[in-house]
Write a protein that binds this ligand. Sequence first.
Ligand SMILES: [Zn+2]
Length: 307
Amino acid sequence: MTTAYITHDHCEKHDLGEDHPEAPQRLGSIQNRLISGQLLDFLRWTDAQPATRDQLIATHDKAYVDSIFERSPLQDHVELDSDTFMMPHTLDAALCAAGSVVQAVDMVFDGEVNNAFCAVRPPGHHAEYDRAMGFCVFNNIAVGARHAINAYGLKRIAIIDFDVHHGNGTESIFQRDPNVLYASSYQHPFFPFSDPGESHDNIIHMPLSAGSGSQEFREIMHQQLLPQLDKYKPELVMVSAGFDAHKEDFMAQIRLKDDDYTWITDLLLDVAERHCKGRLVSVLEGGYELDALGRAVFCHLKSLMKL
Ligand SMILES: [Zn+2]
């Protein structure tokens, strides 16, 4: 199995200040764990290409995309929402984050790799059609999924989001799009306070109450998600891989362990192998406790590499 690891130095320069949990050190922590676990040499390390304006406006409002370019500061910061800021390096990082997913889709469809992981930031799943939110500027996975639809004519893409927060942005972008099935497990009630009762046929909500752990997570995935994925028969599996449901993560109160990330990755890779020749593209979302993040991503990648 060949797995691409797509990242860029720009993603480590987007720095929101010492106290912000969405910190540049997140990527360093992942890379350090991959080095100490001797996984890095076996990954196809790839520099992310920035997304083009056309790729962004295929998913986002043109005026919104233009406003992000126009507002990019030369110094200090610009506030996009109460916890989402642009610094001088944010635009380059956000372009590489969105572009990395486009590139991952191309690498998987070219047969260059079996699957891919985009180690990028800022994250994406809270960004909506025309607004930034929750640390997210562009919806990276949505930009990649739209590219897969436009470039390869896909009609069934499954996006599975196991970040501890509901991916309101991804849901709102695809909620009337039959080409995408979006399934999200998340702590509820919790930021961004989405309503699990308000839904569409192609959207699956899997709320978990605070304090839930491995058992509840595995049950919900096995009983609710798996049958629907097998019925849908995706042509591409995409993963919004947030690691903030880890029990050591301070951001929320779900209590997953390292091996739950191996378990869910094995399950999703099996789905991809059953229905779409193993094609899977995974994109980093949250995960803020640095050591737990490094270990959880290590488990995720080891599973993707079938080691
Ligand atoms: Zn999150």
